[in-house]
Write a protein that binds this ligand. Structure first.
Ligand code: MN
Length: 263
């Protein structure tokens, strides 16, 4: 089995190393990752400047590929060039340091890299540790310990073995979130609702000019039964099958029952 690993936290992220070391015994692993953190870049691709690709080494000595592009760019570079002669059987994106739950998926570079794999015909998994924001932990519990990627890494290896024997349908991916603490098990879930209300902070700089910070607020989850946010809240691994078709089928039906302008 050949696995392509990428992420959106950058090539130097601890989660990438943990994932690579967990998958090494399972598969022939190739890493192509962004040269810097790219969290929340969504599915952006680089069209108007040159993409560079070079090699570097991880702390364990492994040679890996690094690009100045986005996570999606990395997947494209890997599948269409680096691994052209022997394409990957699976793309695994992560392990992201933080959850990708509910509406996070629309912003996530981690999930978008997996989507790019699915678009290019390679089954894909996005993998995240559902670690709360450091600031939130420290407000409640004091200095936060380093993120523990071990549970997510172990599940990645288990999932890779499973997907080697049970290939995903074309153009689909799995969005996987693993609790930070010992998981109680795994649940197959649907995407729930996670929002960041009032996420815009308006401040004034020392020169008296207004500036803004996004994303400073705590997320608000709607914990419905069967959702990813609910599974994580109850300390279960959440596995959400995701497709690229965003169509709202119920609304198609409603519009067809009309009246609708021009239909
Ligand atoms: Mn990230």
């Amino acid at each position: 089995m050949r696995i392509l690993i990428t992420n959106d936290d950058g090539v130097h992220a601890d989660g990438l190393l943990a994932l690579k070391q967990a998958l090494d015994p399972v598969a022939d692993v190739t890493v192509v990752a962004p040269d810097r953190p790219r969290s929340a870049c969504g599915h952006s691709i680089t069209l108007h400047k040159p993409l560079r690709l070079y090699t570097t080494r991880l702390p364990d000595g492994a040679e890996v590929w690094v690009s100045n592009g986005t996570p999606s760019d990395c997947v494209t570079l890997a599948i269409l060039d680096v691994m052209k002669a022997a394409p990957p059987d699976l793309v695994v994106s992560g392990i992201n340091h933080g959850p990708n739950l509910g509406w996070d998926l629309t912003y996530s570079g981690t999930v978008s890299a997996a989507m790019e794999g699915a678009i290019l015909g390679v089954p894909a998994v996005a993998l995240s540790v559902a670690w709360r924001f450091r600031r939130m932990v420290e407000e409640e519990e004091g200095p936060a310990p380093p993120i523990d990627f071990s549970h997510a890494a172990a599940y990645a290896a288990e999932l890779a073995r499973y997907l080697d024997a049970h290939r995903l349908p074309d153009h689909t991916l799995l969005n996987v979130n693993v609790p930070h603490l010992q998981p109680k098990g795994a649940r197959i879930t649907r995407q729930g609702i996670r929002r960041y209300p009032g996420k815009l902070e308006k401040r004034t700089d020392p020169m008296g000019r207004v500036y803004y910070w996004l994303g400073g607020d705590d997320p608000v989850d709607v914990c419905e039964e069967g959702t990813d946010v609910q599974a994580i809240a109850e300390q279960y691994i959440s596995v959400t099958p995701v497709q690229l078709d965003l169509t709202d089928r119920a609304l198609i039906q409603q519009f067809l029952e009309g009246p609708f302008p021009g239909v």
